[in-house]
Design a binder for this molecule. Structure first.
Ligand code: GDP
Length: 175
């Protein structure tokens, strides 16, 4: 109520991580609140936006979903350079995707924006029976680099909205 317009924050966020960890599915769950098991592999990168209201502010997320393949890796700086936050995704059922994540963290530290907010998402947490990465290990690593950490499931809608809200809370206001 009232005539004052609600403040709008625009937050550019990029997703990084190996192919198949669920980057597109996380974005799809957040933006459309649905899950498509036959989602198209990301070609290059796709762009989506979603605006959510949180604590009397509108948060407009401008989301760049990069492809993880090595051949697209050279393109990644285009996405993370102007980003306020990067979500680095791994698959809790594939140890090697957690190693790749550490390389992304190094690259961001070396070449990314100095104050970029880093969030680590251990996706596919619905598949605990075939887990390879312990939650404790990932959390300790995230703490050591001052990153946000959550385990997510795009499939079962676990911690997806929470991930984006936490990112928004961590990004300082422009004013
Ligand atoms: P991307 O290459 O990182 O963008 O990964 P995709 O979003 O294309 O997902 C790769 C595969 O993992 C697809 O078959 C998805 O259906 C599946 N997937 C994504 N997220 C989840 C999840 O949370 N749980 C499960 N069980 N499968 C998922």
């Amino acid at each position: 109520p009232g005539s004052r317009a609600m403040a709008l924050r625009e937050l550019k966020v990029c997703l990084l991580g190996d192919t198949g960890v669920g980057k597109s599915s996380i974005v799809w769950r957040f933006v459309e609140d649905s899950f498509d098991p036959n989602i198209n592999p990301t070609i290059g990168a796709s762009f989506m936006t979603k605006t959510v209201q949180y604590q009397n502010e509108l948060h407009k997320f401008l989301i760049w979903d990069t492809a993880g393949q090595e051949r697209f890796r050279a393109l990644a700086p285009m996405y993370y350079r102007g980003s306020a936050a990067a979500i680095i995704v791994y698959d809790i059922t594939k140890e090697e995707t957690f190693s790749t994540l550490k390389n992304w963290v190094k690259e961001l530290r070396q070449h990314g924006p100095p104050n970029i907010v880093v969030a680590i998402a251990g996706n596919k947490c619905d598949l605990i029976d075939v887990r390879e990465v312990m939650e404790r290990d990932a959390k300790d690593y995230a703490d050591s680099i001052h990153a946000i950490f959550v385990e997510t499931s795009a499939k079962n809608a676990i911690n997806i909205n929470e991930l984006f809200i936490e990112i928004s809370r961590r990004i300082p206001s422009a004013d």
